[in-house]
Design a protein around this ligand. Structure first.
Ligand code: IPE
Ligand code: MG
Length: 225
């Protein structure tokens, strides 16, 4: 979700206003997922790299997140969506962790969709931690090195219980993955728009899904094989 800052600058507003407008986009897109039948939505809301932003901006983002968790429970319940979170969640401030646990607990039996927030998330750190867990299991004798395959590693990622993404949408014209789901997005289709995240709406989302539907996914095979 990129371009909150740029959107704000264009409006002559402080960056935080961009993040607020971005939170409003999140609300709209979660709504649109239910309408379009998208069952899994993963939002890259805060990366491990984002901790290096000015402390005031980080604090404001954390406050917005806290507010989001307090206000969105009702929509999630209405649409039967389960909240999930991936990342180094222990680094988040206590009120955010509490809010996350509360909403995750309240929605745990919802089954029409899964909203995953990637928070303090970095894909390389995730893969490194999966490798560490494999090593621990080998050291404990519950796993042999020969048993280490793609499935064994994937089972130790934060996303073990999620399907791989089919489509990765990038806003504000950014043509990079920025340490997002590097393992999981191996075969994902990538769709880029110049519109910023606060401008991203259901119509644009529909366009991304339509374009995705027209792409031919071969997974390394020859056409129609
Ligand atoms: C994305 O918008 C929001 C977060 C990373 C939380 P940016 O804040 O990166 O916006 P730009 O890149 O400055 O426009
Ligand atoms: Mg940015």
């Amino acid at each position: 979700m990129d371009g909150n800052g740029r959107w704000a600058r264009r409006q002559g507003k402080p960056r935080i206003e961009g993040h607020k407008a971005g939170a409003e986009s999140v609300r709209r897109i979660v709504e649109a997922c239910s309408e379009f039948g998208v069952r899994y939505l993963t939002l890259y809301a805060f990366s491990t790299e984002n901790w290096r932003r000015p402390p005031r901006e980080v604090a404001e983002l954390m406050r917005l997140l806290e507010r989001f968790l307090a206000e969105r429970l009702e929509d999630l319940e209405r649409h039967d969506i389960r909240l999930n979170a991936i990342g180094e969640l222990e680094r988040l401030p206590l009120p955010v962790r509490r809010g996350l646990s509360r909403v995750m607990e309240a929605t745990r039996d919802n089954s029409s969709g899964v909203l995953t927030l990637a928070l303090s998330y970095g894909s390389r750190a995730e893969i490194a931690s999966a490798a560490r867990r494999l090593a621990e299991d080998v050291a404990k004798g519950v796993l042999s090195p020969e048993q280490i395959d793609e499935e064994a590693l994937a089972a130790r990622l934060y996303t073990a219980d999620l399907p791989d993404p089919d489509l990765v949408i990038r806003t504000a014209g950014e043509m990079r993955l920025s340490n997002f789901l590097l393992w999981q997005a191996s075969y994902a289709e990538i769709w880029v728009t110049d519109k910023t995240w606060p401008e991203f709406d259901a119509d644009l989302f529909r366009q991304a899904l339509d374009d995705y539907g027209r792409r031919e996914r071969r997974f390394g095979k020859v056409p129609n094989a």
